[in-house]
Each structure stands twice: as structure tokens, then as C-alpha cells.
Design a protein around this ligand. Structure first.
Ligand SMILES: Nc1ncnc2c1ncn2[C@@H]1O[C@H](COP(=O)(O)OP(=O)(O)OP(=O)(O)O)[C@@H](O)[C@H]1O
Ligand code: NI
Length: 314
């Protein structure tokens, strides 16, 4: 297999809230982004997906404590890189971001075109604004609109052109389809997937498992700050090993519309729940009749390209 463009090794992020309270937003996340691949990071709202992406770009607030490693091919370690390196070499150049709620990231008083032209110039991009617009299926004339004149779908596309402006090897797309109708969801994820050609890769963050299924080559499933299962998308979706992944699939229309009962635990409570129950998924796990405790750490089953951390079914 080709060398990864980005390798995360046990990335953890905690937010210190004072008085000893902390939010464990990401715990020991390990994953690789490989050339030509689209990795979908899926999981319910609040499980830590956006925090993981923000950590990679040095965009976390001051109360965040980050551990682990995230190494770009070529050697830059993102978590310890100083701000001038992140600003001058990483953001937009190595790694482009399509931010969550893209439209709010556009400056309201300037046309999309002027913002895109500025990004291309600042990042030394070679493709012009019209070419980028066409690549994402946007009429170049729409670039002359102000953000408030753009529909949600258009604003989303402008955000993608901004992420593509510096011709980055890696695109992090954080919920790029929120608020779009189904056909537009398909078009947006399709064009993102098209960006994962040659020596490029896409990390698609989403809680839309159907969108992930459409374009992802690989999947990482996140629950309560941890990646609990990862592997080739086709295999994971056809035969999930973790009961949480199975639950997400059962909640889809073609899975029978059976949402997982209950809610994920509060991320401030993870340490206590782990200590008390062993497994943080235990209280929602269909494999545990009557919520019996899964004691001890979940077991890791690692077959190289596919792994899961769970308690074997009772
Ligand atoms: N600055 C912060 N201080 C404290 N907690 C934070 C901070 N930023 C994020 N969090 C918490 O970290 C957790 C993970 O948030 P994150 O935005 O990564 O979730 P997500 O998986 O992206 O969810 P969504 O699908 O809704 O976007 C949440 O519980 C959130 O409240
Ligand atoms: Ni998010």
C-alpha cells in the first residue's frame, strides 16, 4: 500500500474547563489518509469529529490540551508545528479545509470571486477562479454574487473552491453537506471524492452514513471521542464488527429506520463511566441485555487494514 499522506498516532484532545472538569473530545485517535482515498469519519453529533479536524490545523482554543502525533508525508508534525509553519505551509497548501457551516466563513461584504481570487493569490494557486468554479459545478457568473445572494448549496461549493485554491494534497471536509437536499448532497460528496485523485486524499467528516457509503473508500467510526472501528468502507458497511456501527446502519432507511436508543454519554463523564462500566457504549449496547457491565477495556481486534475495539458479543 502507498505511503500515507497523513498519519495520526493516538491523537487526544481534552478541554480543561476549570475546577478539575475536563471534556475528553478526542481519545487516542489513530488513522491514516492515503493517496487516492476518501476516508469518511462518521459518528453522532458531539463525538469529537470537528475537534479532531481542528487539532490537525492548529485551530483549537487555548484551553485545549493536545497529545499524540499527526505527521504529514514529508515530515511536518502538525500537533507540535509552530503557528508560522501551520499558517505558511500547512493551511490551504498541504491541507485544505471545507469548514462546518461553510457560509458563515465567507466575508459578507465581498463577492465570492474576490475572496477566491485573494485565496488563490495568497496560496500561490495555479487554477483560476472560473476553472475552480467549473470544477465544483458552479456557474462562474455566480462567483460575482455576495454571500447573502448564494443559496446554501452554492455557498458550500464556494467553500470547496476556497479549499481547492491552493491545490492541497489533503482536503478536510467537515460536514460539507449539512442543510443540503439529497441530490445536492450527492453532487457535493461526488465532487469532493473527485478531489481524491492521484496523490491526493479526502477526509470526509459526516454523520450522514448514506453520503459516506456513496463515496468513501475507507471508514472510521467514532463514538464518545474514540474511533471504535475502521477499515475499507465496503467491508465495514456490509459487515460491521462494532455494535455501534451496526446501530448506525440500522438507523438508515434501508436498515429499517431503527435508531439506536439512548444518547451518547457526556464527554465530561467518560472517565467515570469507563471506570464504572468498562465500556462507554455499554449502556446502549444491544449485545448487553439489561445493561450488564462490559468490564475492562474493550478488546482490540486488529487485522491490519481493518480493526475494531469492542467487547466480544456476550
Ligand atoms: N472549546 C471547547 N471547550 C469545551 N468543549 C468543547 C470545545 N469545543 C468543542 N467542545 C466539545 O467537544 C465535543 C466534540 O465536539 P465536536 O464539535 O468535535 O463534535 P462533532 O462530532 O463534530 O459533532 P457535530 O456532528 O455536531 O459537528 C463536544 O462535546 C463539544 O461540546
Ligand atoms: Ni462537527
Amino acid at each position: 500500500m502507498s505511503e500515507p499522506l497523513l498519519e495520526l498516532d493516538r491523537l487526544s484532545v481534552r478541554f480543561l474547563l476549570g475546577r478539575g472538569t475536563e471534556v475528553r473530545a478526542v481519545t487516542d485517535a489513530t488513522l491514516q489518509l492515503r493517496p487516492g482515498r476518501v476516508l469518511a469519519l462518521v459518528g453522532e453529533s458531539g463525538c469529537g469529529k470537528s475537534v479532531l479536524a481542528s487539532a490537525l490545523l492548529g485551530l483549537l482554543p487555548g484551553n485545549a490540551q493536545v497529545r499524540g502525533e499527526a505527521v504529514l508525508r514529508g515530515g511536518i508534525e502538525l500537533l507540535s508545528a509552530p503557528e508560522p509553519v501551520l499558517a505558511g505551509q500547512v493551511r490551504g497548501r498541504h491541507v485544505g479545509l471545507v469548514p462546518q457551516s461553510a457560509s458563515t466563513h465567507l466575508t459578507p461584504v465581498r463577492t465570492a470571486r474576490s475572496q477566491l481570487v485573494e485565496a488563490i493569490r495568497a496560496l500561490g494557486g495555479v487554477a483560476g477562479p472560473d476553472e475552480l468554479a467549473e470544477r465544483v459545478g458552479l456557474d462562474p457568473a455566480d462567483l460575482d454574487r455576495y454571500p447573502h445572494e448564494l443559496s446554501g448549496g452554492m455557498a458550500q461549493r464556494v467553500a470547496v473552491t476556497l479549499a481547492l485554491a491552493g491545490n492541497p494534497q489533503i482536503i478536510l471536509a467537515d460536514e460539507p453537506t449539512t442543510g443540503l437536499d439529497r441530490p445536492l448532497v450527492h453532487r457535493t460528496v461526488d465532487l469532493l471524492a473527485e478531489a481524491a485523485i492521484d496523490d491526493r486524499a479526502v477526509l470526509l467528516i459526516t454523520h450522514d452514513l448514506a453520503a459516506a457509503r456513496r463515496v468513501a473508500t475507507d471508514i472510521a467510526v467514532m463514538y464518545a471521542s474514540r474511533i471504535v472501528e475502521a477499515g475499507p468502507a465496503e467491508q465495514v458497511l456490509a459487515d460491521p464488527w462494532h455494535p455501534y456501527t451496526a446501530g448506525l446502519l440500522a438507523a438508515l432507511p434501508d436498515g429499517g429506520f431503527r435508531p439506536i436508543p439512548g444518547h451518547p454519554p457526556a464527554l465530561t463523564e467518560l472517565a467515570r463511566i469507563e471506570q464504572e462500566w468498562g465500556c462507554v457504549f455499554c449502556q446502549r449496547c444491544p449485545d448487553v441485555p439489561g445493561f450488564g457491565p462490559c468490564t475492562g477495556d474493550p478488546e482490540l481486534l486488529d487485522l491490519g487494514d481493518r480493526w475494531v475495539a469492542a467487547h466480544p458479543p456476550c
